[in-house]
Design a protein around this ligand. Structure first.
Ligand SMILES: Cc1cc2nc3c(=O)[nH]c(=O)nc-3n(C[C@H](O)[C@H](O)[C@H](O)COP(=O)(O)OP(=O)(O)OC[C@H]3O[C@@H](n4cnc5c(N)ncnc54)[C@H](O)[C@@H]3O)c2cc1C
Ligand code: FES
Ligand code: FES
Length: 481
C-alpha cells in the first residue's frame, strides 16, 4: 500500500468533485481560492481573521487512514494546503435536486436572514451542528445551538430567529454530508497517503508522513504551521509570509491523545476540539475552559501545541499546563529533549526552543481525585473573546488543612506566571474565607500587569485579587468546605 513517491499536488474533494492544486496557489487562503479560482462565491469573506464565521465551510479530513466526521472551520485563515486529503462541502453543496436543505428551509421559515451576508456561514455552521446531533442521536436544543454558533456574527437579523431556525430543524430530514463521500474518493486518499513537497522559486511546503522525515526537513528558516489560527491571521494582515513551511498533519503519531499513568500525552496535531472531547472524562475542569476557548470553527483546527508555542501571555491553556507538571517534548536532527513548561518561557514570546526543533508532544499530569483544580478566564464577553486575566489553581487538602498548592496567572506580565511566593503562604493553613481574602492582597506583589486596550494595570490587579476570592467561593460551595 505504501507509496514512497513524493507528491507535488494538494488533493481535496469539493462538494464531491475532485480538485488538484499545485504551485504557489496552495498557499492561498482557502476562502480566497474558493471564491476567485473555483468560482464558488457563496462562501463570504468579512473579517479575514477567524472572528465572524462568514467563511464557514464543512470539512471531513482523511487522517491516520480514516475519514473523520464533518466539522465547521473558518476558511479565511486556512491555507489551501491544509485541506489536503479532505472532503469539503460549501454552501453551494447543501441544496440538491429536491430543493434547499432542511437547515436552509429552517432559515427561510424563521426569517433567519436580512442582508444575508452572514447567512452562508450560519447555515454551514448549523449544518455541522445538525450532522453532529444526528450522529449523537440528540436533539438541537437552544443551548447547544448557542454554543455551536458562537463563531458566527450577524449584525442585522438578531439571533432570536436564527436560534428558532436551529431548534426547528427536524433531524429525521437531515441528509448527511457523507453523501459526498464515495468509495472511490476514499481509495483515492489511500493511494495518495504519501509525503507532499511543493516548491517554487520563492517557497517550499513540506508535509511529511513520518517524524524522522520532519526532523530532517526542519531547518532554522522553516516555519511549522499547524491549525493556522494564529499564523493565518498574521498572513492575512501581511505581518507574516509563508516561505518555507512544514506541516505535520500527515504524521499519524501526532494525532493522538493518550492517557498513561495519570498523565495525558497530546500530539502536536491534536486539535482543541479533540482534546476537549478527550478531557471531559479525565479532567472536566480543563474541558470546561476549552469549551469557552474561541469558537468551534477555531477549535476544529487549532492545536494545543500551537497555543503553547505561540506563547501568548493570555493563552487560555498555558495557566493550566503551568500547574500540571507539564513537559514539552521536542525533536530535531540532534535528538529529542524534554523541557519543563516552567522553564520553557524565557520572556515575552521567547522560548527554550531551538530554531531546528519541532514540538512533538505536550505531556501533563491529570489532576488526581484528591486534588481540587480550578481554572478561570476573565474576558469582556464569555464566548469568542480574548482573556484579560486567566487563573489556574490546584489545591490538596487534609481535612481543612491545605497541604499543597500550585497557582498560575496569565495576562499579568510578559509570560504566564507561577505564583511561588503566594503558593508558600497557603501551605499549612486552614481553608477559610479569611485566608483567601488576606492572601488575595499578596497577588499584586508577584505580578506586573501592563495597561493595554483590553484592560488597565489597575483593572488586572483587581481581577487577580478577585479571582483568588472567587476560587474560595467556588471550592467551598462545590465541596461543602
Ligand atoms: C478568532 C480567534 C479566536 C481565538 N481565541 C482564542 C482563545 O480564546 N484563547 C486562546 O488562548 N487563543 C485563542 N486564539 C489563538 C489561537 O487559536 C490559539 O493560539 C491556537 O491554539 C493556535 O494553534 P494553531 O494550531 O492554530 O497554531 P498555528 O497558528 O498553526 O501556529 C502557532 C505557532 O505555533 C508554532 N507551532 C505550531 N506547531 C508547532 C510544532 N509542532 N512545533 C513547533 N512550533 C509549532 C507555529 O510555528 C506558530 O509560531 C484565537 C484565534 C482566533 C483567530
Ligand atoms: S471571514 Fe470572518 S471568520 Fe473568516
Ligand atoms: S443577515 Fe445581515 S449580517 Fe446577518
Amino acid at each position: 500500500m505504501e507509496n514512497l513517491k513524493i507528491r507535488n499536488t494538494i488533493v481535496f474533494y469539493l462538494n464531491g468533485q475532485r480538485i488538484e492544486v499545485t504551485g504557489a496557489d496552495t498557499l492561498k487562503p482557502f476562502a480566497h481560492y474558493l471564491r476567485y479560482f473555483l468560482d464558488k462565491p457563496g462562501t463570504k469573506i468579512v473579517c479575514s481573521e477567524g472572528d465572524c464565521g462568514a467563511c464557514t465551510i464543512m470539512v471531513a479530513n482523511f487522517r491516520s487512514g480514516s475519514l473523520q466526521k464533518f466539522q465547521a472551520i473558518n476558511s479565511c485563515i486556512a491555507p489551501v494546503f491544509s485541506l489536503d486529503l479532505s472532503h469539503v462541502v460549501t454552501v453551494e453543496g447543501l441544496a440538491d435536486e429536491q430543493g434547499l436543505s432542511v437547515v436552509q428551509k429552517a432559515f427561510v421559515a424563521n426569517n433567519g436572514a436580512q442582508c444575508g451576508y452572514c447567512t452562508p456561514g450560519f447555515v454551514c455552521a448549523m449544518t455541522a451542528l445538525a450532522e453532529d446531533c444526528v450522529i449523537e442521536n440528540k436533539p438541537i436544543t437552544a443551548k447547544k445551538a448557542r454554543n455551536y454558533l458562537t463563531g458566527n456574527l450577524c449584525r442585522c437579523t438578531g439571533y432570536e430567529p436564527i436560534l428558532k431556525a436551529a431548534t426547528s430543524i427536524d433531524l429525521k430530514e437531515v441528509k448527511s454530508l457523507t453523501r459526498y463521500v464515495s468509495k472511490e474518493s476514499l481509495a483515492d486518499f489511500v493511494s495518495l497517503s504519501n509525503s507532499v513537497e511543493i516548491s517554487g522559486s520563492n517557497f517550499k511546503i513540506n508535509m511529511p508522513t513520518t517524524l524522522a522525515e520532519a526532523a530532517e526537513i526542519k531547518s532554522a528558516d522553516t516555519r511549522i504551521i499547524a491549525g493556522a489560527t494564529d499564523l493565518g491571521v498574521l498572513i492575512n494582515k501581511d505581518k507574516f509570509s509563508l516561505v518555507k513551511v512544514l506541516n505535520l498533519v500527515h504524521i499519524s503519531e501526532l494525532q493522538k491523545v493518550q492517557f498513561v499513568d495519570g498523565k495525558c500525552k497530546v500530539g502536536a496535531r491534536v486539535t482543541l476540539t479533540q482534546l476537549e472531547e478527550s478531557l471531559k472524562m479525565h479532567s472536566p475542569e480543563f474541558a470546561e475552559i476549552l469549551k469557552i476557548f474561541a469558537s468551534p470553527q477555531i477549535k476544529n483546527n487549532a492545536t494545543l501545541v500551537g497555543n503553547v508555542v505561540n506563547a501568548s501571555p493570555i493563552a487560555d491553556t498555558i495557566p493550566a499546563l503551568m500547574i500540571l507538571n507539564t513537559v514539552i517534548v521536542t525533536l530535531s536532527k540532534m535528538g529529542s529533549r524534554r523541557i519543563a513548561i516552567t522553564d520553557f518561557y524565557k520572556g515575552y514570546k521567547q522560548l527554550d526552543l531551538l530554531p531546528e526543533e519541532i514540538v512533538t508532544h505536550v505531556e501533563f499530569q491529570i489532576p488526581r481525585a484528591d486534588q481540587i483544580f480550578k481554572l478561570f478566564k476573565a474576558s469582556p464577553r464569555k464566548d469568542l473573546d480574548i482573556s484579560v486575566v486567566t487563573f489556574a489553581g490546584l489545591f490538596s487538602l487534609d481535612q481543612k488543612m491545605i497541604t499543597d498548592t500550585r497557582i498560575a496567572f496569565g495576562g499579568v506580565g510578559p509570560v504566564v506566571i507561577r505564583m511561588h511566593e503566594l503558593e508558600k503562604k497557603f501551605i499549612g493553613r486552614q481553608f477559610t474565607q479569611e485566608l483567601f481574602t488576606t492572601l488575595s492582597h499578596f497577588v499584586e506583589k508577584e505580578i506586573s500587569p501592563l495597561s493595554d486596550l483590553r484592560g488597565s494595570r489597575e483593572y488586572r490587579l483587581k481581577l487577580g485579587e478577585n479571582l483568588v476570592k472567587k476560587c474560595y467561593t467556588e471550592i467551598s460551595t462545590e465541596y461543602g468546605l
